[in-house]
Design a protein around this ligand. Sequence first.
Ligand code: SAH
Length: 368
Amino acid sequence: MTPLETLLRRRLRLTGPMTVAAFMQEALLHPEHGYYRRQPALGAAGDFVTAPEISQMFGELLGLWCLDYWERMGAPDPVLLVELGPGRGTLIADALRATRLRPAFHKALRLHLVEASPVLRGRQREALAPFAEQIAPAQWHDALAALPEAPLLLLANEFFDALPVHQFEHTGEGWRERVVVEPQIGAPLGFALAPPGPQIGLLDGPTREAPVGTLVEISPAGLAVAGEIGRRLVQHGGAALLVDYGYGEGQGWSLQAVQGHRRVENPLIEPGLVDLSAHVDFARLSRAAAERGARAYGPVAQGAFLEALGIRLRAQRLTRDADAGGRAGVEQALARLLDPQEMGTLFQALALTAPDGPAPAGFPALAV
Ligand code: SAH
């Protein structure tokens, strides 16, 4: 039993069942034992591999996306370059390297990183070391709210999927929230449905009308971040790009646990040692930002988005002077990022902008 499980059982005995969101919050962010507070195992040797860790092309293209938007919005100086959950710092380092041909951009940008993990903050600092001469020192924050008020360009890859979700089921007796319980002292932790209660306030009107049998996941934390991004974009201008695995319509509950690249069947096992995540509900995130006046574009499939940004040209450049092994590596990375059976369609990109700002690159249409 992990130390965190011991603590959670004590809490369950004292105060009764906890929501899935509360469990996720503790499992990921408990100050001492949370998965992301300890040594989150990102990368080939760890629990999961993300797009920037697959290829430098991902961070480079996202960096150029920011530069393009900055130029078309009138090149404000200063501009905040913000990343939510920068992981090992690979994406932001690739983005900075790709944009160094525009010294005015590097001079204008103020790098702000929102990161919960002290270990990863250290990795990010190392990744940024090569840019110490060109950009102002980065600042780290626990939450978006702590950022200064200014125009912003914001990137978030696989950040929203790590935010806690509440799970609801529309049963014959009305909407009920799924909770975590200890069925008997010492027995494995399990799930149950709580009696109908005030938590139902988290469901909006149209959702409550959904038929009996419907399963819904809501992330108030994610909606709050999207709303805050929207407010800042409306007030100061700029653009945000959120990339994550997307929620399919009528998908139900998507909470999943991953360890060592393998899906763990029971997400309640070994809390603190296992990564928990849920698919991202882009429609709800768009609405949360739109309610603050921001404009939403997409979501578009990651493959189509990266193709629109010119990933194939970039790949050609990279392979031009490479040996056979290098060429194969780039081809393999392209396939992983673009193919529908890999990340190409499961992952999606959503852009948010100020209502009067230019349209972001790579998005053919407004979100519906
Ligand atoms: N963007 C990176 C890492 C994704 S993993 C990549 O694509 O490789 C999720 C990241 O978000 C990690 O850096 C994790 O520590 C951070 N994170 C998770 N929940 C967070 C929270 N509530 N507040 C701040 N950072 C968080």
